[in-house]
Design a protein around this ligand. Structure first.
Ligand code: AP5
Length: 212
C-alpha cells in the first residue's frame, strides 16, 4: 500500500500516519521528522535546512525530493509506505511520479485553521521518535514522557502561534492545490479531522477498505 497523508500543519497527519503504519505494517515517512533528525545531528543537510524549519517555510523542492527518493529505496518501504508531509507542492508530486512511484490513495485530513491554532498550543513531541502527544487530547501514560521511547517530551520550535499562522498561509498557497491535483487522478479520499483521533483513524481505515 502506497499512501500519502495530506493536510494543514497540525491536522493530525503524524498521529494518523503512526497508527496506519502499524495497522498496515508499512513504513511511516515524515519529511518533517527526517529534517528534525538532521538538525539534531548537525549534518550538512541539517545546517542548510534549519532556517526554513525555524521560520515555518518550505524547504526547497530539490532538497526534499532527494531526501524522499533516498528514503523510498530503503528495505522497509518494499511492502509499502505512508508519506506524511510529502508531497507539499505540485513539483514534489511530479517528482514522485519521476521516481516511478504509483500512489494507491491520498488521504486529505480536513481541519479548519482556527481549530489548528488552538490545537498546536498543546502539542508535545518525542525528540527521539517524533510521536506527537497533546496536553488535553492525547496524553502520554506518564506525564511529559514518550510511551515508546521513555524520552522527555518537548515543544517544537515552530509551534509558536505566529509561526503556525505562517505555516497555514503557506499551506493554503502551496499545498492545498494538491487536493484538486489528486482529485483529478481519482485517488483522493477526504476525511474530516475533527473529533477523536481514534474515530478519525477508523474512518480512514473504513474508507481505505471500501476503496482498496
Ligand atoms: P512537518 O513536521 O511535516 O509539519 P506539518 O506538516 O506542519 O505538520 P505537523 O507535524 O505540524 O502536524 P501534523 O498534521 O502531523 O499533526 P499532529 O499529528 O502532530 O514539517 C515541519 C517543517 O518541515 C515544515 O514547516 C517545512 O519547513 C519542512 N518540511 C517538511 N516536509 C516538507 C516538504 N515536503 N516540503 C518542504 N518543506 C517541508 O497533531 C497536531 C497536534 O494535535 C498533536 O498535539 C496531536 O496530539 C493533536 N491531535 C491530533 N489529532 C487530533 C484530534 N483529532 N483532535 C485533537 N487533537 C489532535
Amino acid at each position: 500500500m502506497r499512501l500519502v497523508l495530506l493536510g494543514p500543519p497540525g491536522a493530525g497527519k503524524g498521529t494518523q500516519a503512526h497508527g496506519l503504519s502499524k495497522q498496515y505494517h508499512i513504513a511511516q515517512i515524515s519529511t518533517g521528522d527526517i529534517f528534525r533528525q538532521h538538525i539534531k545531528q548537525n549534518t550538512e543537510l541539517g545546517k542548510k535546512i534549519q532556517v526554513y524549519l525555524d521560520q515555518g517555510i518550505l524547504v526547497p523542492d530539490e532538497l526534499v525530493n532527494h531526501v524522499v527518493e533516498v528514503r523510498l529505496l530503503q528495505e522497509d518501504c518494499k511492502n509499502g509506505f505512508i508519506l506524511d508531509g510529502f508531497p507539499r507542492t505540485i513539483p514534489q508530486a511530479e517528482a514522485l511520479i519521476s521516481m516511478g512511484i504509483d500512489l494507491d490513495r491520498v488521504i486529505n485530513v480536513d481541519v479548519p485553521d482556527e481549530t489548528i491554532i488552538k490545537r498546536m498550543g498543546g502539542r508535545r513531541v518525542c525528540p527521539a521518535c517524533g510521536a506527537p502527544y497533546h496536553v488535553r487530547y492525547h496524553k502520554p501514560k506518564h506525564k511529559d514522557i514518550c510511551d515508546e521511547c521513555n524520552q522527555p517530551l518537548i515543544i517544537r520550535e515552530d509551534d509558536q502561534e505566529a509561526t503556525v499562522r505562517k505555516r497555514l498561509l503557506i499551506y493554503h498557497e502551496m499545498t492545498k492545490p494538491l487536493i484538486k491535483y489528486y482529485q483529478s487522478k481519482n485517488i483522493l479520499l477526504t476525511v474530516q479531522g475533527m473529533g477523536d483521533a481514534e474515530e478519525i483513524s477508523e474512518k480512514i481505515i473504513e474508507a481505505l477498505g471500501e476503496n482498496a
